[in-house]
Design a protein around this ligand. Structure first.
Ligand SMILES: Nc1nc2c(ncn2[C@@H]2O[C@H](COP(=O)(O)OP(=O)(O)OP(=O)(O)O)[C@@H](O)[C@H]2O)c(=O)[nH]1
Ligand SMILES: [Mg+2]
Length: 258
């Protein structure tokens, strides 16, 4: 899977068009800004506090496939670190609203090798709203130091998406990460991440609400996010409820259907 013939060019200035947009998503402190800086050559603050990213930051880089001399300009967006996208904190709101309403070609989900459990809580929530996703397993140097071993191919089979081990700090394997992202964007590799199943009691409630909701809002019937929308209504999610009431749910990019 290595991409020896791929090159990343940072600090690009004279580009005429952007080919693809990447959104970086992950828990706080997993190395999103470090990866962003390694790819773009920018110097966004990294570290836990006070370097914490609380707004979205944009940068650019070029990806070149040396054998064919194909070149692609990428825009990359460093989103605030979040533990969930249920939209309770300002950071969660920025990240969640970006994933729902903005235009991006792929979401790179940064997983922390040293705290995989916490990373996967967020991952399952991201998989609910987009299929255009690839995972970067970061901090593999730290995991190795701590004696943590991760069976990547088993994790890939379980989550049903490509997972690329990287070290954002040194740039190890980042060409492969971008090459694989490109292949997912161009649909040469399929990413169809798992969706969690609901307990039967909750599933029944969702089905009941679905019938009533469609009666009032028939346009929702074939919306691939319908289950997710109903779960958000049950939680009292203000943004979603407002969008439904004002019949503005079409503002949400339904990237599950892309
Ligand atoms: N050893 C090691 N350290 C890393 C790696 N990637 C990032 N770090 C370090 O991890 C810390 C957090 O990195 P950031 O890039 O600020 O993390 P972030 O995900 O942007 O954090 P928030 O903006 O708070 O969400 C920094 O001290 C980085 O230097 C890596 O691959 N290996
Ligand atoms: Mg950051």
């Amino acid at each position: 899977m290595n991409c020896e013939n791929c090159k990343i060019i940072k600090n690009i200035k004279n580009y005429t068009k952007i080919d693809y947009i990447i959104a970086l998503v992950g828990n706080p402190n997993v190395g999103k800004s470090t990866l962003f800086n390694t790819l773009t050559g920018m110097k966004v603050k990294v570290g836990n506090w006070p370097g914490k990213t609380v707004s979205k930051i944009e940068g650019y880089f070029e990806f070149v496939k040396l054998q064919t001399n194909q070149k692609y300009v990428f825009k990359i967006i460093d989103l605030p670190g979040v533990y969930s996208i249920l939209s309770f904190t300002p950071e969660e709101e920025i990240t969640r609203n970006f994933l729902l309403t903005s235009n991006y070609d792929i979401c790179i989900l940064i997983l922390d090798s040293t705290n995989l459990h916490q990373s996967l809580v967020l991952a399952l929530q991201v998989f609910e709203i987009t299929n255009n996703v690839i995972a970067a397993l970061n901090l593999i140097d730290e995991a190795k130091r701590k004696g943590i071993k991760i069976d990547i191919s088993q994790l890939e089979q379980k989550l049903k998406l490509p997972i690329i081990p990287i070290i954002a700090q040194t740039g190890y394997n980042i060409e492969t990460l971008i090459d694989q992202s490109l292949q997912v964007i161009q649909q040469k590799i399929k990413s169809n991440p798992i969706k969690y199943s609901l307990p039967p009691e909750l599933q029944n409630i969702v089905e009941e609400i679905k019938i009533e909701l469609i009666e009032y809002y028939p346009e929702l019937e074939n919306n691939p996010l319908l289950r997710w929308i109903i779960l958000r209504i049950l939680e009292g999610d203000k943004l979603i409820i407002e969008l439904i009431k004002n019949k503005k749910l079409n503002q949400i990019q339904i990237s599950l259907t892309k």
